[in-house]
Design a protein around this ligand. Structure first.
Ligand code: AMP
Length: 442
């Protein structure tokens, strides 16, 4: 399939040519004709599949065909996303794909002043990319009206629910015109997402470009067992020894992010951070510096890293495993994007074995483990099996009680030994003259 074969108009084809997109990805091949035909969509597509172009290209094409300009304070397409970063990212994609069209687009999100956003909306916007809370604020203040909305896109819908946006989403659904096109994109499909889809989609075209809850195929995923307190040391060691280039590192807490950045900087390694405590301009600056290769290591929490699109990122390191197993899929979706290969390495300590097991269950695989010489953990990380269960260490046989009388040989054909004094049976080993505790457990 080719982009012209999908029926895209010359201004879009020329933008794609400039961006170097040669062939549509599977999600684009399926989504573009359906969206152009005005259908609703329910797409199971994880990040990195090219889903943004899958909805942005056909929506831009439909908007370009509109006869009248959009009225002031109105919007024709509303794209809801879970985070500010993703809002910027998706908006940037609309701008890039629509560079030869005269359409108006903007991104609105919380954490920054609302006034400039209100000013922008006055002109009317063809596309508004928004986080749910800020969109509702703007709507309450009459800065945006929904009567001209033709299409609603829910991007990373699973994440919006994970972040607790379900009330805001319901308020937006209630305020939008009933007759509209709705496109729902989600990496994972929980029962809650299916229920939401059932309530808001009309006869949707279903698209599934990757099997449910799987990670990108081109990403090699491995685990290094290590003691918790030695993680920073191991990270610096691997960075030097394996000559890692740019790395995106995920850490569980904001405090943990700052601690790791400080440790790396103290060693003269250029590192920056993205987390929820940082003001939005500082977060964007850190991302830009990382994209421009001005910093080698970007350390992030899950929420802040959502939607990061970084070309050719070869390596993602999970310094801590995520609490929510689905976040693992999103994290490692930052590498191996658009068909490239990548690597995901998780530093796992004994405390995290339950999280590891949950991730392996979700992704239906057991990650290859390797120990780094000099960093073998004192606290062993129990093995997990293909069903995501812990492989129990065989129990040590109990030490036999000191026998009062010499043991008799068991009768031929009888399993076990003779009855010990007190009625307790002794193990077969003691009958062979060897204490049971020294035998290898089976
Ligand atoms: P997404 O899944 O929308 O976040 O896209 C992942 C990355 O793939 C982005 O960097 C896009 O610019 C890139 N991309 C999307 N579609 C194509 C395509 N057809 N050819 C090459 N790169 C693409």
């Amino acid at each position: 399939m080719t982009f012209p074969g999908l029926g895209l108009i010359p201004p879009l084809l020329s933008a794609l040519d400039t961006l170097g997109y040669q062939t549509p990805t599977p999600v684009q091949t399926q989504a573009i004709p359906a969206v152009l035909a005005g259908r609703d969509l329910m797409a199971a597509a994880q990040t990195g599949t090219g889903k943004t172009a899958g909805f942005a290209l056909p929506l831009l094409q439909r908007l370009a065909a509109a006869e009248a300009p959009v009225a002031s304070n109105c919007a024709r397409v509303v794209v809801l996303v879970p985070t500010r970063e993703l809002a910027e990212q998706v908006h940037e994609s609309f701008r890039a794909y629509g560079q030869h069209l005269s359409l108006r687009t903007c991104a609105v999100y919380g954490g920054v002043s609302i006034n400039p956003q209100m000013m922008k909306l006055r002109k009317g916007m063809d596309v508004v990319v928004a986080t749910p809370g800020r969109l509702l604020d703007l709507h309450r203040q009459n800065a945006i009206k929904f009567n001209e909305v033709q299409t609603l896109v829910l991007d990373e819908a699973d994440r919006m629910l994970d972040l607790g946006f379900s009330r805001e989403l319901n308020a937006v659904f209630a305020a939008l015109p009933k007759r509209r096109q709705t496109l729902l994109f989600s990496a994972t499909f929980s029962d809650a997402i299916r229920a939401m889809a059932g309530a808001i989609l009309h006869d949707p075209v279903a698209i599934e470009v990757s099997p449910r809850n799987t990670t990108a195929k081109g990403v090699r995923q491995r685990v290094i067992p290590v003691d918790k307190k030695r993680k920073p040391e191991l990270f610096s060691h691997l960075l030097k020894r394996r000559r890692w280039g740019q790395v995106l590192v995920f850490v569980k807490t904001r405090k943990g992010v700052e601690q790791l950045v400080a440790t790396l900087q103290a060693q003269g390694i250029s590192a920056d951070s993205i987390h929820g405590d940082k003001p939005q301009p500082a977060r964007l600056r850190a991302l830009e510096r990382f994209k421009a290769a001005e910093v080698q290591i970007l350390v992030a929490t899950d929420v802040a890293a959502r939607g990061l699109d970084i070309d050719d990122l070869p390596l993602v390191v999970n310094f801590d495993l995520p609490i929510v197993a689905e976040d693992y899929i999103h994290r490692i979706g930052r590498t191996g994007r658009a068909g490239a290969t990548g690597e995901a390495i998780s530093l796992v300590c004994a405390d995290e074995v339950g999280l590891l097991s949950a991730i392996e269950t979700l992704t239906k695989q057991v990650f290859q483990r390797f120990e780094e010489a000099g960093f073998e953990p004192d606290h062993r990380v129990p093995l997990t099996n293909a069903a995501g269960q812990l492989v129990k260490k065989p129990k040590k046989p109990k030490k036999p009680k000191v026998a009062v009388a010499p043991a008799k040989a068991p009768a031929p054909g009888k399993r076990g030994g003779s009855a010990a004094p007190g009625g307790r049976r002794k193990g077969p080993a003691s009958a062979a003259g060897k204490p049971a505790s020294r035998r290898r457990p089976r």
